[in-house]
Design a protein around this ligand. Structure first.
Ligand SMILES: N[C@@H](CCC(=O)N[C@@H](CS)C(=O)NCC(=O)O)C(=O)O
Length: 219
């Protein structure tokens, strides 16, 4: 059954799913959402009127919410890299960390982005302060959590790392991970060196000028 992914290369949540697809070499068609492809936007909105992306289409099925998409890929299109461990308690830990990166890193960073884009009634300076406070708490927690680990949940690359890579990538652009957090900085560097994420970062590079807070000259 053929797979199609609707999304945008610069979107953090799209990248989360791209990492999972690239990790397993899963064949799919990428349908980019943008001004040059109105037919993709029309199809995406027809299939998911809640206007969030990415959306995975697997045959007749529309699958949304990135964590669910990755779990679907594992169940229906598994490959050499299992992104959820077979042991249920180990899988629960991976799901918890996936939630942590989405809710406490990605969403915290998004506060600054949304206020800069005037999508919320918060001044951009205030949004940035709020995002920084939240990110600082998340960084401090992660510094302890990741000590002695290669990947978020231990020795294996999982769903949690798919969530961590784009969230820490853009969070660092929003509020730099300071030298007080060497473990977290090293983990972010390992994520950037992972071929699946490195590919997603390269594909998104031409879109850096659209980052509303201004993309730094690194990564
Ligand atoms: N919880 C959702 C979040 C998806 C999401 O917020 N995607 C962003 C793009 S990175 C989006 O759809 N933004 C458009 C909007 O909010 O209007 C998931 O995991 O898929």
């Amino acid at each position: 059954m053929s797979l199609a992914l609707y999304g945008h290369p610069f979107s953090s949540y799209t990248q989360k799913v791209l990492i999972a697809l690239y990790e397993n070499g899963t064949p799919f068609e990428f349908r980019s959402l943008g001004p040059d492809t109105p037919q993709h936007s029309a199809e995406w909105l027809k299939r998911w009127p809640l206007r969030k992306f990415p959306l995975l289409v697997d045959g007749e099925r529309n699958i949304v919410e990135t964590s669910i998409i990755i779990e679907h890929l594992q169940l229906a299109h598994s490959g050499p890299v299992p992104l959820l461990p077979a042991d249920p308690m180990a899988a629960l830990e991976v799901r918890f960390l996936d939630r942590f990166f989405d809710l406490h890193v990605m969403e915290a960073m998004q506060v600054a982005v949304d206020s800069a884009l005037k999508r919320v009634p918060v001044k951009s300076e205030e949004g940035l302060v709020l995002a920084r406070e939240r990110l600082e708490r998340a960084y401090a927690w992660l510094e302890e959590q990741l000590a002695g680990r290669t990947w978020a949940a231990g020795a294996d690359f999982t769903l949690a790392d798919c969530a961590a890579a784009p969230s820490l990538f853009y969070a660092d652009w929003t509020h730099r991970i300071s030298e007080a957090y060497p473990v977290l900085r090293a983990y972010r560097a390992r994520l950037l060196a992972r071929p699946s994420f490195a590919r997603a970062v390269e594909e998104a590079r031409p879109f850096r000028p659209i980052f509303p807070l201004g993309a730094p000259d690194r990564d």
